[in-house]
Design a binder for this molecule. Structure first.
Ligand SMILES: [Fe+2]
Length: 125
């Protein structure tokens, strides 16, 4: 409940966030292989759930999974999690960590950049 009300819900006031959320389901239905479907889940996991955003050189928590996990959020902000650029080709090699902290997380510079990167993969499905 906290996750959805204090995590996702406020973001839905941002049209760019809504656009991004609306990209996942059609892409999932368009995917023709199990690997593509898993990749789409990973792209969602490492963006809207556990993504980081770098605004003007300042790293900020973005994903709702991080927002609702005090322990992992502090772990990440203390510099204990490697952070890589949000690139599809990298992300598809990382498993989602559901019962532990994620071993690596990914960062984008803006919602526009995130949307562009997702579209690059989704449009090619
Ligand atoms: Fe969520």
């Amino acid at each position: 409940m906290f996750h959805d009300v204090y995590g996702h819900l406020p973001y839905f006031t941002l049209p760019e966030y809504v656009d991004i959320q609306q990209m996942f389901a059609p892409a999932f239905h368009k995917a023709s292989t199990d690997d593509q479907k898993e990749n789409i889940k990973r792209l969602a996991w490492f963006s809207t759930e556990f993504g980081l955003i770098n605004e003007n050189g300042t790293r900020k928590i973005f994903g709702t999974g991080l927002i609702s996990s005090k322990g992992e959020m502090e772990h990440v902000l203390a510099g204990n999690t490697p952070i890589e650029p949000y690139k599809v080709e990298t992300i598809v090699n990382f498993d989602k960590a559901i019962w532990s902290y994620n071993k690596t997380l990914f960062e984008f510079d803006s919602l526009a950049e995130l949307k562009k990167e997702l579209a690059r993969y989704f449009d090619a499905l």
